[in-house]
Design a protein around this ligand. Sequence first.
Ligand SMILES: *[C@@H]1O[C@H](CO)[C@@H](O)[C@H](O)[C@H]1NC(C)=O
Ligand SMILES: *[C@@H]1O[C@H](CO)[C@@H](O)[C@H](O)[C@H]1NC(C)=O
Ligand SMILES: *[C@@H]1O[C@H](CO)[C@@H](O)[C@H](O)[C@H]1NC(C)=O
Ligand SMILES: *[C@@H]1O[C@H](CO)[C@@H](O)[C@H](O)[C@H]1NC(C)=O
Ligand SMILES: *[C@@H]1O[C@H](CO)[C@@H](O)[C@H](O)[C@H]1NC(C)=O
Length: 636
Amino acid sequence: ICCLSPFKHLKNPIAHKLILRPCCDSGNVTFLISSCLPPLTLTSGLYVLLRVKMALWRYMGNGSNIPSIFAQTVNLHPNKPALIYEATGETWTFAQLDELSNGVAHWARGQGWVSGDVVALFMESRPLQVALWLGFAKVGVEAALINFNLRHDSLLHCVGVSGSRAIVFGAELADAMLEVRSSLSQSMVRFCTGDLGAEHLASLSAQPLDPMLASAARHPPSPCVPPKGMNDRLFYIYTSGTTGLPKAAIVVHSRYYRIAAFGYFAFRMRPDDIIYDCLPLYHSAGNIMGVGQCLIHGLTVVVKKKFSASRFWEDCIKHNCTVVQYIGEICRYLLSQPVRPAEKDHKVRLAVGNGLRPSVWEAFTERFGVAQIGEFYGATECNCSIANMDGKVGACGFNSRILPNVYPIRLVRVDEDSMELVRNSQGLCVPCRPGEPGLLVGRINQKDPLRRFDGYANQDATRKKIANNVFKKNDSAYISGDVLVMDELGYMYFRDRGGDTFRWRGENVSTTEVEGILSSLLGQTDVAVYGVAVQGVEGKAGMAAIADTTGSFDCSSFLDEVQRALPPYARPVFLRISPQVDTTGTFKIQKTRLQREGYDPRLTTDQIYFLNARAARYEAVNEELYNAIAEGRMSL
Ligand SMILES: *[C@@H]1O[C@H](CO)[C@@H](O)[C@H](O)[C@H]1NC(C)=O
Ligand SMILES: *[C@@H]1O[C@H](CO)[C@@H](O)[C@H](O)[C@H]1NC(C)=O
Ligand SMILES: *[C@@H]1O[C@H](CO)[C@@H](O)[C@H](O)[C@H]1NC(C)=O
Ligand SMILES: *[C@@H]1O[C@H](CO)[C@@H](O)[C@H](O)[C@H]1NC(C)=O
Ligand SMILES: *[C@@H]1O[C@H](CO)[C@@H](O)[C@H](O)[C@H]1NC(C)=O
């Protein structure tokens, strides 16, 4: 039986409308004539790329920046709603948003801040946050968008690495500010928006922002000196690392434009679309992919303070939303909700986001009647974004295997344990074959705005993300840290966040895959899977932390289902049953602490179980059993 690679035998695959696609099914080879989707995807991909590129070159050539692009949007339809705040129903038209951000600009100048100064924004999502960073940008001041879930050391760390001169915080975060009050630099000026008593303000040495903005001038500020162009810094976004401290990624004006424009053209959004943006505005998904459609393309965006699974579809109906955004686990949370009539009564035709797992993809589109999924892959700071434009189930993007140089991203071989790049005899990276998992890398070319890598505020963090001699001698490339697989047609599938596979019994276990499967067995509850080291045993034993909010977890029925769903090497050896599982602000599961605590029952009050393979049951781990395992007296 031979499986043919479809492109190998065609001299000019683009000219062929039909592609022979071998289909190996239960030992029989069937040749199917599949549609000409990949060439179509290729041409529409090229079209999107060209369109964004040409617009970028024009904007670069005539000294545009995000505020000036926004000014053009305002001129087109000053009285159209720009931002709607879901919490209060308040609507801001384009003209109002423009005027308020002018007010912010005058106020910022009045504080003595000049082009290049950084000011931290620490508040829950609200339209004012957009007016603030946009107003700052009008006078060249750069905002550092701080995650509102941060407290104590991580909060201090993020404010610290940005080099901020001042911080603007929301009254709802006064307690978090009180905790770090004395550790914040005395010279850091503090402003508070929202209702906070005079006493509170005084204890934080903060000034109330709202009255100052209310009395600020509304006319456009004079341009900042030196002017900010497309290659200059707009703001900082912190990457939501699931390991280690967050890093401040630099977002330049062209990157903001590029991400928003890619989303707009690739997923065929329309000027009359209304976007439901329930993602935090301190991340690129919420603030660029979402809000960017308002600033750049003139769409109305509904800003939700915080994601709510039970209100999701009702909100969409209330505001006539046609596009929703998702990230990480949001789709799973929606699927775990009881069926409501509202979930099919909406006008949503497109869901844009990333991290929709293949295990819930079709369940999601069928149950909620959403016609199009716009799944994309791309980190804030990375220049190797790809998008799934034709709804191929499970894929997060497409890159041509025929014309790979049009968009120079590659999958290269990597040691999945150490995440070290594999090099050939010339010291270059080795491209992956179809079906072979590899690390996604993007070639760096600082002259091309699509290929820029602007790095992090921290130089050391920047260096770790760049590899040399990747495609050819002396080149440099951005290392995404994520492992993907490409099929023979060029569709790419997300496999793992860097370092999230572990080896067990000679097999590579993908934690995201196992998490997806366990979570669907357990009614879409939160599950974190990770490998833990066991003394004297090669590889890492799989451990699953399971959120059991109702206290109804049953080991034996769980094991029955696991045995049916997973191969032996992927079944969790250890379980950890917790009332909840830590997640980051964007619902990525945090594993650092879990991994450190491992299966030691003395380090947690959570119940830990061990899979006794001989007895075929999970047993509670007490100190005695722990010692037996750790000393190798218990067979795994
Ligand atoms: C810059 O170019 C863009 C795109 O062609 C155009 O819309 C805009 O008006 C130009 N801006 C200026 C200041 O000339
Ligand atoms: C939603 O659309 C309906 C029908 O087109 C319209 O009557 C209604 O006023 C709209 N609602 C909002 C909040 O715009
Ligand atoms: C697991 O990954 C390693 C390193 O990436 C690779 O060499 C090995 O072949 C993989 N094993 C399996 C069974 O896929
Ligand atoms: C990634 O960024 C680098 C550095 O700026 C750039 O040279 C490279 O072309 C980019 N790659 C892609 C695919 O955009
Ligand atoms: C790479 O850089 C080294 C040192 O700068 C230089 O000697 C060498 O010729 C370069 N090689 C290529 C292929 O450009």
